[in-house]
Design a protein around this ligand. Structure first.
Ligand code: GLY
Ligand code: MN
Length: 462
């Protein structure tokens, strides 16, 4: 973890934004896979990590906004637990590491919240995303399930988002560690692929790079020759000559900051002519988006620039037609680019999505579109120095979507469906990198990884 002073300063900054009542932070519990003692790898709640840094299950904390005290709740291990799990720091030792002055047992939390309820004080809590914490809230606050799910505190959520959105220098360093491991995962995949391998061999190798670094994966890897399915988690296809492999994977640092990158490359040592043409259009969109990154620029504008670059390139190939600006405004490009250009990244790969995608990515003055394609844009708001985000435009030929739109006669002024038929089995591709917004632009995180056609083919030939 970081030094205790960092966690104390983060909590003080949060307190300064809020008025009165109790702030309740629920850490995560171990989560069973198929019976209680056979558990998924433990992942602490990211806001708990941000304000307390303590990476163990069964903890909670409160900040009393009225008397200024912060309390850590948890139980020291019993001798039986020590026999099975080994010894762990006491709750008092953990509190000291987080700069917290006061501790109580886990049962003490029920008393504190009961007392608050009796004196009509507000207990502010963040939206729970795990069933276990929904149940804890129901019991601790004596509320019904719908209130546990929908009764989270808007001022608390907004203050946390405002604070966590701006990454401090020590966080950017930690994110860059994760991205550097992520780069190594991508180099590994790009170097090892040969026709006849199965996707799971590459997925395993990529995961090994992440785990050897002392962290793990920041999300389930997408390693697929069917890259047109945006979140394709199937790893059972055999790689064939003539195909491309899309690798979208990332590492988490030991402190749980994320990296998230994508590369698409040929299973052979070179792209086919057709693959080169589509790859270059997606890369042009990527570079146009990167060049546009700066404080004050709405990310929606960066996204629309990427969309227009894709539409213009596809018009050059005869797949689209008409006015590019009008086509994008109407949403016709979304036949080929169905999602957004990127998202915030930090302690979560889609940072703070548990606190509400719109609250994080839209904010005041920006409203999410309902148009197919644009509605999936996770980040639209104006960028600020300290934001960390991904840039990941792509081009995806989804046979079912092509068929559906053609049948419905959608956007026939902008799409040449006969020409699109030649690409129906093309698959999909994207390049994805991570950036921090600086005072006057943006900086790529991590070392550069082969991205141009020439660079990728050089690695593949190597
Ligand atoms: N890397 C997966 C995603 O951004 O959704
Ligand atoms: Mn991503």
């Amino acid at each position: 973890m970081f030094s205790s002073e960092i966690y104390t300063a983060r909590r003080e900054a949060l307190i300064s934004q809020l008025d009165s009542g109790l702030l309740l932070f629920l850490g995560n519990e171990d989560s069973p896979m198929n019976y209680a003692d056979n558990i998924y790898p433990f992942r602490q709640d990211s806001s708990f990590l941000y304000y307390f840094g303590l990476d163990q299950p069964d903890l909670a904390a409160t900040i009393d906004l009225d008397d200024g005290t912060t309390t850590l709740f948890g139980d020291d291990l019993t001798i039986d637990q020590i026999v099975w799990m080994g010894n762990r720091p006491t709750i008092a030792e953990r509190a000291a590491r987080a700069g917290v002055e006061s501790t109580r047992t886990a049962a003490g939390l029920t008393e504190v919240l009961g007392g608050a309820r009796r004196s009509s004080r507000t207990a502010h809590f963040l939206p729970p995303y795990r069933a276990a914490n929904v149940f804890r809230l129901i019991e601790l606050l004596d509320i019904d399930p719908s209130a546990a799910r929908s009764g989270s505190s808007e001022p608390f959520i907004r203050a946390v988002i405002a604070q966590r959105s701006i990454k401090a220098p020590e966080e950017i360093k930690e994110i860059e560690k994760a991205v550097t491991v992520t780069c190594a995962m991508h180099v590994k995949a790009m170097e090892m692929v040969r026709p006849g391998m199965v996707e799971q061999e590459i997925a395993a190798a990529v995961q090994e790079v992440a785990e050897r670094s002392g962290g793990g994966l920041s999300f389930p890897s997408i390693v697929t020759v069917r890259g047109e399915t945006l979140h394709n988690h199937f790893h059972g296809n055999t790689l064939e000559s003539g195909q491309m492999l899309l690798n979208d994977s990332g590492a988490e640092s030991a402190l749980h900051y994320a990296g998230d990158m994508s590369r698409t490359f040929p299973v052979d040592s070179t792209f086919t002519g057709k693959q080169k043409e589509i790859y270059q259009i997606a890369l042009d969109a990527h570079e146009a988006a990167v060049t546009a990154l700066a404080p004050g620029v709405p990310y929606r504008d960066v996204h629309l620039l990427a969309c227009r670059t894709i539409a213009s390139g596809l018009k050059g190939l005869g797949l689209m037609k008409g006015d590019v600006g009008e086509a994008v405004a109407a949403g016709a490009h979304a036949l080929f680019f169905q999602c957004g250009t990127g998202h915030m990244m930090g302690l979560d790969v889609h940072d703070m999505e548990d606190l509400g995608e719109d609250r994080v990515g839209y904010g005041d003055g920006f409203e999410r579109s309902t148009q197919f394609g644009l509605k999936s844009l996770r980040l639209a708001r104006e960028l600020l120095p300290g934001f960390v985000l991904t840039v990941e435009p792509g081009i995806y030929f989804i046979p079912e979507l092509i068929e559906r739109w053609r049948f419905e006669g959608k956007f026939t002024d902008f799409i040449d469906y006969d020409r699109v038929e030649d690409y129906r089995d093309f698959g999909g591709l994207r390049s994805e990198e991570d950036f921090v917004i600086t005072e006057n632009g943006a900086r790529l995180l991590g070392p550069p990884v082969a991205k141009t056609i020439a660079e990728v083919e050089a690695v593949r030939a190597g």
